[in-house]
Design a protein around this ligand. Structure first.
Ligand SMILES: [Zn+2]
Length: 190
């Protein structure tokens, strides 16, 4: 705190005064004054940048652990290999919901488009009806009226439902945003 001129920072002062209660969670029973420079840097990073800590953990999990595959589909396996772990679990949740909560009420096929009307039982009435998904066969683009991809950057359950109905079993690369990729998180300097 002296080094970073933070002696007057109220929250840090409070946390320091409570350090005997929470330091062991990170460093076992090693007293704060016995931490070496590297450990102090880690300590400072932990308390000053929660997002960074999450990214580091995500990076480790993404690189060195294998997630449970619950759908047992190729598209889920692709997603597990492409995305960071936190993003993969979010996508996996949508894949599961596509199987458990979605059903099509009508399908219109033309040479170029497949248009699905989908009922989503995971949404509260009256919103669970009239989800419209349009898949363009020529360029592989897909649009859903729920706008999840536009708003969150990950595909929704309605799109995964349509992929399954159309027999598309590989994760469409055009819907892989670079910022969610394992390689980007693993090498943030590039
Ligand atoms: Zn949707």
């Amino acid at each position: 705190m002296d080094q970073y001129d933070l002696q007057s920072h109220d929250w840090l002062k409070k946390m320091y005064n409570l350090h005997e209660e929470w330091i062991p969670a990170f460093f076992g029973n090693c007293p704060l004054q016995h931490l070496d420079q590297r450990e102090k840097t880690i300590f400072f990073g932990l308390i000053s940048n929660v997002d960074l800590h999450l990214i580091e953990k995500n990076d480790h999990d993404s690189r060195y652990t294998i997630p449970d595959l619950k759908c047992q589909t190729q598209i889920e396996k692709d997603a597990s290999q492409l995305f960071t772990r936190i993003v993969f679990y979010e996508i996996q949740g949508e894949m599961i919901a596509s199987m458990m909560k979605c059903m099509s009420t009508s399908v219109v096929q033309t040479d170029e488009l497949s248009k699905f009307s989908i009922k989503d039982l995971g949404l509260k009435a009256p919103h669970h009806t009239n989800i419209e998904v349009s898949y363009n066969k020529s360029d592989g683009s897909i649009l859903c009226s729920c706008n999840r991809y536009v708003l969150h950057g990950t595909l929704c359950r309605h799109c995964f439902y349509v992929f399954r109905m159309l027999g598309i079993d590989e994760f469409p690369k055009k819907y892989v945003l670079t910022r969610w990729l394992k390689d980007v998180v693993s090498h943030p300097q590039t």
